[in-house]
Design a protein around this ligand. Structure first.
Ligand code: KG4
Ligand code: ZN
Length: 347
C-alpha cells in the first residue's frame, strides 16, 4: 500500500503545506508573511491572523501541485482524489508561537477527523534535521547536524530518524537572532539575516574583528557578540555619522565571518569528540552562503562528508514536517485528537 501524508507547518511566520508519498516529496508550498517587515520582527497576533487567511489556499495549492507531480491532469476532481488518498495528516506541534501553532493544529485535527485518518504531531527542530533526508545525497546514520534557525542553535547527534540527541546548544541568543539583531543595529529591515548575507558578498570579512566567546564544551553564546557590535557601532558612528553607510559591506562580511566561525569551531569540536564524519546543516541560517561555503571547505579539509539541504528546505517549510511524519507513520507514532500544540518542547 502506498503511504500519502499531508503535512502543515505554521510555527512562526510561514504558512506551508506539503504532500509526501512513500518518502518522496510531491509538493511543498510556502506562503511568506510580509506584514512583519515594518515592525522589525514577527508580531505574533498578526502571524496567527495571516495563518488563518493563508491555510486553506496553501493546502489547496499543495494538493494541486502534488496531483500534478503524481502525473494527473489538474482539476478539482484530481485535487479531491489526492485528498481522498491521504493516509494521515501531520502538523507542527512544537515549538513555536502558540497562536500560529494553533491554526495549523486545529486545521490538521479537523481534516484528520473529516478524512477519518490518523493525526501525526511533529517537533519542528527534529523536522529541520530530517530536511537532510529529503533529497540525494543523503547522510548515513549516525550523523551530526548543526541546526541553526531564528530561535535555536543546536548540535544534534542523529542515530536514526526518530532517535536524535541534542549534544550542544546556545545558552542565550540563537544564530539567526545574532544575524537579525545585528541587522537591526545596522538599520536593516526584518529578517536581516538574508540581507547581511547579501551585503557580505562584496565585503572584506577581516576588516573588523569581533570577539569569539570562550564557552566550554559544545554550547554556544551569541549575546556577547551582539553587545560588542552595539558598542563598535556606537563608537564609530560618534566619530563618523556615515560610518555604517560607508562601510556596510565590510561590517556585514565581518559580522557574518564571526558568526560562521563560532558555529564551525563547535562543529569541529563535535566531530572530534564523537568521531562522526557525516555532517549536516539545517534551519534558516543554513541558507547563509558563508556558512554553506565554510562547512563545505571544512569538510574537504577534515575529510568529512557534508550535507546541505536545498534552499527551500532550509527555512521553515512543510516538506520537512512531511518527511518526519513519514518515519513516524512507519513507526505508528500517532497523536490523539485531544493533543494541543506547545510553545516550548524538547525532543
Ligand atoms: O528556520 P527558520 O526559517 O525559522 C525558525 O525556525 O526560526 O529560520 C529563520 C532565521 C532568521 O533568523 C533569518 O534571518 C535566518 O534564518 N536566515 C538567514 C539567511 N536566511 C534566513 N541568516 C543568514 N543568512 C541567510 N541567508
Ligand atoms: Zn524553523
Amino acid at each position: 500500500m502506498s503511504i500519502t501524508i499531508l503535512a502543515i507547518e505554521s510555527s512562526c511566520d510561514e504558512t506551508s503545506a506539503a504532500v509526501i508519498r512513500d518518502g518522496e516529496i510531491l509538493s511543498n508550498f510556502i506562503a511568506n508573511q510580509t506584514v512583519h517587515e515594518q515592525y522589525g520582527g514577527v508580531v505574533p497576533e498578526l502571524a496567527s491572523r495571516a495563518h488563518m487567511q493563508n491555510i486553506v489556499p496553501v493546502v489547496h495549492a499543495a494538493l494541486q501541485k502534488a496531483a500534478q507531480s503524481a502525473g494527473e491532469y489538474v482539476n478539482e476532481a484530481s485535487v479531491n482524489n489526492l485528498l481522498q488518498s491521504v493516509n494521515a495528516v501531520a502538523f507542527t506541534q512544537a515549538p513555536g508561537l502558540i497562536g500560529s501553532l494553533l491554526v495549523g493544529a486545529q486545521f490538521a485535527k479537523s481534516l484528520a477527523l473529516a478524512l477519518n485518518v490518523p493525526l501525526i504531531g511533529v517537533h519542528h527542530m527534529q523536522a529541520h534535521v530530517l530536511a537532510n533526508l529529503i533529497e540525494d545525497p543523503k547522510p548515513e546514520f549516525p550523523f551530526l547536524c548543526l541546526t541553526v534557525s531564528g530561535g535555536h542553535t543546536q548540535i544534534v547527534l542523529c542515530e536514526s530518524p526518530l532517535s536524535l540527541k541534542v549534544i550542544g546548544e546556545t545558552m542565550d541568543d540563537a544564530a539567526g537572532e545574532a544575524f537579525d539583531k545585528s541587522a537591526k543595529l545596522l538599520g536593516l529591515p526584518y529578517p536581516g539575516g538574508p540581507l547581511i548575507d547579501k551585503y557580505a558578498k562584496t565585503g572584506d570579512p577581516n576588516r573588523f574583528k569581533f570577539p569569539e566567546p570562550q564557552i566550554p564544551g559544545l554550547n554556544f553564546s551569541f549575546s556577547g557578540l551582539k553587545t560588542a557590535i552595539l558598542y563598535f557601532l556606537q563608537e564609530n558612528t560618534a566619530a563618523n555619522p556615515n560610518f555604517v553607510e560607508e562601510n556596510l559591506a565590510d561590517i556585514c562580511a565581518s559580522i557574518q565571518h564571526r558568526i560562521v566561525s563560532i558555529l564551525l569551531n563547535k562543529v569541529k569540536a563535535a566531530a572530534r569528540t564523537t568521531g562522526i564524519d557525516q555532517i549536516c546543516i539545517a534551519g534558516g541560517v543554513s541558507a547563509n552562503s558563508g556558512l554553506r561555503k565554510g562547512i563545505t571547505e571544512m569538510g574537504e579539509k577534515h575529510k568529512w562528508q557534508t550535507f546541505i539541504p536545498a534552499f527551500q528546505y532550509c527555512t521553515d517549510n512543510a516538506a520537512m514536517i512531511a518527511m518526519t511524519a513519514y518515519y513516524k507513520f512507519l513507526n505508528e507514532e500517532f497523536a490523539d485528537l485531544s493533543v494541543g500544540p506547545t510553545a516550548r518542547a524538547e525532543f
